[in-house]
Structure formats: C-alpha cells, structure tokens
Design a protein. Sequence first.
Length: 259
Amino acid sequence: MVDGCPMPAVGAEAYDPWPGLVQDIFGGRDMRDGSNVIAIEMPYRAEDAAIVPVTLRTTIAPDDSRRIRSITLVIDQNPAPMAAKFELGPDASVSEISTRVRVNSYTNVHAVAELSDGKLYVTKTFVKASGGCSAPAAKNVEEAKSRLGRMRYRQFAASGQDPSSGRREAQIMIGHPNNSGLQMDQLTQLYIPAFFVNRLQLWQDDSPVLAMEGGISISEDPNVRFTYVTNGAKRFRAEARDTAGHVFQNEWKIDDPGS
C-alpha cells in the first residue's frame, strides 16, 4: 500500500524451465545465438499434439569450415524434455531432418547444434499443443504387435536439386508403439509402461549418415526424413533398438545415384 492506496496485484512470472535444462542436459555449457547455424520449424498451433511435425534445417554458411556434429531437440515443458539427439555422419553433409513429436503443453522448443569447434548454438520456437504425451495410441495392441520393428525406406531426389549434385532425400519409418509411459489402457485404467525406440542408426554402405537417440517424445511409428549427400553407395542400412532390448535391422539396395 502506498499513501493509503492499494498496490495492483502482480502475477507470478511463468516458470521458464530452460535455464535448468541447459544445466541438466548440457552441463551448463555456454549457449550462443544459433540463428545463422540451425533453424527449427513447427506449427504454431498443432492440429494433433501426439504427432506434431518438426523440421531441423542447417543454415551454416557453405564457406564455413566448421560442420555440425549433432543437433539436440528439447521440448521444454514435456515430462522428458530431451526429445531426441541427432548425430550427423562426418561425411554425409546432412542438412535437413524432419520427424514427428508429442507435445504435452504450450511450450518453447529449442534446437541446439554442436559444431566441430565444440561450441553450442541454440534457436527456438513456440508451439501451442497439449496432451500429446498422454494421448491414446492410434493403433490397437494387436495391430501394434504385428507391426513391431517393421521398417520402410524411401529415397527421393532432393527437391530443386540436380541429381548429379549428389544431394538426396530419404525417409525411414519404423513400426513401433513408442509408448510414453503416460498413456492409460482404456480397459484396465492402468498406465501402459514406457516402451520406445531409443536408438536408430543409418548408414550408406558402411559410412554413417545419421544416428538418433530418442525418448518418449518421439511419436508412435517413428518417422525420420532427412537430406544428405550420397557417396555412391549401393545399399542403405538401418538398425534400431528399443527399451525392451529388441534390435531391428534392414537394408535396401539403392538405385544408381546418377540416374
């Protein structure tokens, strides 16, 4: 109260978990502005909080001698905020990664790129969505079991690119319920235990292209689409592991990269 007049009520500032996440996930390392290194694209308002599309795109200048070693995707307000960490193959020149994630509440989403100079660069966006981590699975238990570990691979010519440039787009799809541990069985009213793909590795022949360390925020039936540069390989290989210890492997022949 000032001079007999009541002071206006001041609302508590909304809690920002990001400083704590920098400490927990990155050991408190210094974060630099990543606007010229990495871009993140997500819808401002998600149509379905259980399958929110996200695209990570490198924006580092072509004449920059550094390369991006890894990209960590953090959904700040999710129960397990580190959604995925992508490790980029040293010779694959991966420039774009797209996947689908669960978003549990209105939140900032950060993308943190670690460059070959050992420094971290961050950018962020904001998404309005809620309930994605507890949303019921889209497929029933029997259908999910029949699809477990089934992999599909698609290869594309990168849009707007001359095939002779060597730049390609590919997509890996894995049949898996990716249960978050927060979903409830509608019959038993018990929570379904967490069960998800926690590691995915991709190679062209024996050269690493991309690896993903995943968590409960990756949507059911994990789907990763990415752009890379071919080394002339004749086969593409994938290996996925889940939290129950299953190992899923497959490989596919690649058409002549110059065709």
